[in-house]
Design a protein around this ligand. Structure first.
Ligand SMILES: Cc1cc2nc3c(=O)[nH]c(=O)nc-3n(C[C@H](O)[C@H](O)[C@H](O)COP(=O)(O)O)c2cc1C
Ligand SMILES: [Mn+2]
Length: 474
């Protein structure tokens, strides 16, 4: 069984020496700067901020939650030593079973009911929401889960979308085109009604992880979280909307999103997951908050994007790799050995070529997968190349890929408004596509056996040398 709430995970991380507590930091740039600088340190500690300037002691913010492979592995219930492709493989194995996750179970009571604020007393400014980066347009909840119900089919959708704090009861909400969250909003607006939403500001790692995934429509991310968690998520109806909210959440805001013609607010700029400020500031829908439920001494989760750092500190990228891997398997592509993404923009797939056109099949499916969102470079390598090792990948591209024959450009691929390459003209016409490049860096299949051999000590000779001389360097 996984973690019942955010607190339980934080407590375990504290016990394992992964947590640092920081008192009296300022919500205005200090929390964000500390988070980014600490991310780039070798330990990349999880950070728990308390006594935040201008806020009640006990109203806390946690950052860098899953930002190391060790913490991610623990959150997934795997061995803490799993790294790179091995970790992605475990994650992928779970994703293949995604639709079979257990639905949430309704409970009578839960700690989220400890405090209820309604009417004129609602004031989201009392909840710490940092201004994360210097060029950000304001204060943000970054790491919250927004819950909505599909008005036609009834399933509950959960997604992570940034929320800018505008005043004591107004947030502006940024959801990209094509995401379920946006499609659901549009369904409500099409019927001329406001969309009810519940927003969890702090929740178990499983709920966060499930809400970042490209889960198929009609499948609630609650079920996926149940699968990650090893048991169903406990929920209860929100006081205002009746939407099912996590019973052990830290804070749940409830309200509604009116059609943008009725009300919208300027949102942005915001430092984004690509490592840029690409989408600028523009009018976006608002959430009118009407009630707040919260635990005593709540913890708000913050996952501010930043420029990619070595490892995976800015964003647990292997969520997406596991998604792509499971998409390839679901499409019947055999022989996939690993998938990895470093930073943002390039995904590498290693496979054991089995037939002519195999590598190209994998590349084309990858280019069309939702998991390859804003991925411009798709690289296919042989099974002897570890996609997690960028040196090996560039060696394969440099020595096995003939650019004239093995590189292909696909026009108008799936991207999004946070893509920094979009031109101002594209933005005006809402065209959020860019080209994708397929790179086949596998040895040509028809002469694979005759390809120049790799310079490397054989496993047998290696074992002998280590046995006889290894003590000199090990
Ligand atoms: C830390 C973090 C922040 C994110 N911020 C946004 C965002 O502001 N807007 C957005 O559309 N997607 C954002 N995403 C990506 C979505 O959460 C992701 O695409 C999810 O699958 C969308 O779910 P949906 O298709 O059910 O709407 C973010 C992801 C993470 C991990
Ligand atoms: Mn969804």
């Amino acid at each position: 069984m996984g973690f019942k709430d955010l607190r339980e995970f934080i407590e375990l991380m504290d016990y394992l020496g992964e947590l640092r507590r920081i008192d009296e930091a300022d919500w205005d740039l200090e929390i964000g700067a500390i988070t980014e600088v600490a991310s780039s340190s070798p330990r990349c500690p999880m950070l728990l901020f308390d006594k935040i300037k201008g806020h009640k002691p006990g109203f806390r913010v946690v950052t860098n939650l899953l930002h190391t492979e060790r913490r991610l592995a623990i959150a997934l219930g795997e061995s803490p030593d799993l790294r790179g492709v091995q970790l992605v493989r475990k994650w992928k194995d779970g994703m293949v079973k995604l639709t079979g996750g257990p639905p949430p179970v309704q409970v009578k009571d839960g700690p989220i009911r400890e405090n209820l604020i309604t009417g004129d007393d609602v004031n989201i400014l009392e909840l710490p929401s940092p201004k994360w980066h210097e060029l950000d347009g304001g204060k943000y909840f970054a790491g919250s889960v927004t819950i909505m119900r599909d008005p036609d089919e009834g399933w509950l959708n959960l997604g992570i979308y940034r929320l800018q704090v505008q005043d004591k009861s107004t947030l502006s909400l940024y959801i990209e085109p094509g995401k379920h969250g946006k499609l659901i909003l549009q369904k409500y607006w099409g019927k001329g009604i406001h969309c009810p939403v519940a927003i969890s500001l702090g929740h178990s790692p499983a709920l966060f992880m499930a809400s970042t995934l490209f889960v198929p429509g009609n499948t609630s991310e609650y079920n996926v979280a149940g699968l990650i968690n090893g048991g169903p998520i406990e929920v209860l109806p929100g006081e205002l909307t009746g939407l099912l909210v996590p019973a052990t959440a830290e804070v749940v805001l409830e309200g509604e999103v009116p059609p943008p013609e009725t009300e919208s607010f300027e949102e942005g700029p915001f430092g984004e997951a690509t490592g840029y400020y690409a989408s600028g500031a523009r009018a976006e829908p608002v959430v009118k908050i009407k009630s707040i439920m919260h635990r005593t001494d709540p913890i708000i989760h913050g996952a501010p994007p930043m420029r990619p750092l070595p490892g995976m500190a800015h964003f647990p990228v292997n969520f997406r790799c596991a998604g792509l891997w499971s998409d390839l398997e679901k499409c019947g592509i055999p022989g996939i050995v690993g998938v990895w993404q470093d930073g943002f923009g390039m995904m590498v797939i290693s496979l054991k070529q089995k037939y002519a056109g195999h590598a190209k099949q994998a590349a084309l499916i990858a280019a069309g997968s939702r998991s390859a969102y804003i991925i411009r470079w798709i690289v296919i390598v042989d099974e002897d190349i570890d996609p997690y090792n960028i040196m090996e990948v560039t060696w394969a591209i440099g020595t096995r890929c003939d650019p004239e024959r093995d590189i292909e450009v696909i026009k108008e691929g799936y991207s999004g408004p946070i893509d920094p390459l979009l031109t101002p003209e594209q933005r005006i016409r809402n065209d959020v596509t860019t080209a994708k490049v397929l790179i086949n860096a596998c040895r040509p299949l028809y002469r694979r056996e005759k390809f120049a051999p790799v310079v490397a000590v054989s496993p047998e000779l290696r074992a002998k040398v280590i046995e006889k001389w290894g003590s000199l360097w090990e």
